[in-house]
Design a protein. Sequence first.
Length: 330
Amino acid sequence: MDAISNTFERLGGVNLLPILLAAVAFVLIGAPSSWVTLTVAGLAMGMMVFLMASGLSLVFGLMDVLNFGHSAFVSFGAFVAATVLAGLSGWLASDSVALGSLALILAFTAAILFGLVAGWFFETVIIRPVYRDHLRQILITMGAMIVAEQTILAFWGGTPFSVPRPSFLEGAWIIGDVSIEIYRGFAFVLGLIVFVGLYFVLNRTRIGLLVRAGVEDREMVEALGFRIDRLFIGVFMLGSALAALGGAMWAGYETLITPALGAELMIIVFIVVIIGGLGSIEGTLLGALLVGLMSNYLGFLAPKMALASNMILMVAILLWRPNGLRPAVK
């Protein structure tokens, strides 16, 4: 058994899980074209979930804050971006890729800026008084989540809100019998860029080193003259901005959103954070890809089991690795 375990680790360990899952699905699905379509859809879904979950993983794992209000940033990001896109619908409908791209950039920028400002306010006013008190964190952030959802209802109403896309992201690439939706390919690439950026900042920069050191020994870092509270505010703002960006991406994916969007996605986001390992960006990406692939494969093979697929995956992984696939080393 030890020999098998050592061989598995040498070959890549838990990083092989998405590949193994895809290989098993290929055998069960049988039709290569359907398998490719489902795999691309699963990877795109995983990357969008990663955008939302990475922020929660940073806040939860590095700052030890149970922020159930994280869904509010997802919902507001989606509605802010959708409002900007609706206002620029003329640009989106044109054949100009430049105008469509500019409209998309403005929408995402608006969502990110909102996430940064809202994250600063949330950490300063709501979270700071309840640091190190998990019960109060849960209660106060759940209350904030309810208030945020009602605020969205007041501003945007309860009817589903339509989200336009740039014309160049509509349609699909047809390669033989395989159909790949263009927006899903775009979502995958954007998620990959964000992951590379986060990994570089946390592991290759002085700021990332200070954040991780502050988690390990806050008093020592403060004794060296660094303001850990400011670093933690920055982490919280970054996490909120990522959630808002993820919400904006998901809005374009669904094209029809409601105020309950964030609350509905939070179950998936928490599952990803838990199975990936708290505070680990690599683990969050791995968990998000597994959740995305599992949802799409099982939705095709056994539609009645699709809703339970994420719970099944979480239970199986936690029975094997109680701390998650790649928990942050503390």
